[in-house]
Design a protein around this ligand. Structure first.
Ligand code: SF4
Ligand code: SF4
Length: 189
């Protein structure tokens, strides 16, 4: 959105929204969610919502109201992070970032889909790749890279396996591993 339009659309913040969820948004610099006017443009623009139950406006409203049920709601995982809602929001709100933040809060509270947890715990932490380019099943991707005259493996830990330990140290430092361990314990109960 250009600067002139941004000037015209003055983003008054509604101070009365002050839930626990909202405070987490504010702490990470996403206070503008309080400027939402509940117009529904985000929902109307959402390609995912055309095929699923995701209603972006409703997700944002629940976050504003501090309705914790939004954290358990599978809808927040149906966003494809396409950024249409952000481009069209008349209040210039970073809607997509809000949805991602809601997912972060949900996982902090232990609400995570089993497949996502398995991917994070059994694949990402161990290999530092969410999707591997190695192995017989992924041969076609390596060949595709080669057809574009790229090295068959990307310049990631695949090419620098010694960096795996560094990535794992990083994940421990930011307490990602601790979070996964806590969730694993909850799942076992
Ligand atoms: S488009 Fe923007 S202002 Fe409208 S409901 Fe969605 S987030 Fe709120
Ligand atoms: S970023 Fe997510 S919520 Fe926004 S329009 Fe795309 S799929 Fe819908």
């Amino acid at each position: 959105m250009n600067e002139k339009i941004q000037e015209i659309i003055k983003r008054d913040i509604c101070e009365s929204y002050n839930s626990n969820i909202l405070r987490k948004f504010i702490d990470t610099g996403l206070e503008e969610i309080r400027a939402c006017i509940n117009c529904g443009t985000c929902t109307g623009s959402c390609p995912s919502g055309r095929r699923t139950a995701l209603r972006t406006r409703s997700v944002i409203k629940k976050a504003l109201d501090g309705d914790d049920s939004v954290l358990k709601d599978i809808d927040i995982w149906l966003c494809s992070t396409c950024y249409y809602c952000y481009e069209r929001c008349p209040r210039n709100i970073l809607v997509t970032d809000m949805v991602i933040k809601l997912r972060n809060i949900a996982v902090e509270k232990g609400y995570i889909l089993e497949k996502h947890f398995n991917l994070a715990y059994n694949v990402f932490f161990k290999t530092c790749h969410a999707i591997s380019a190695k192995g017989e099943n992924n041969k076609k991707w390596r060949e595709l890279r080669e057809s574009y005259k790229l090295p068959s493996l990307p310049p990631t830990v695949h090419s620098y396996p010694e960096a795996v330990k560094e990535c794992q140290t990083l994940m421990k430092e930011v307490k990602f591993k601790k979070l996964l361990d806590q969730i694993k314990k909850k799942i076992k109960k």
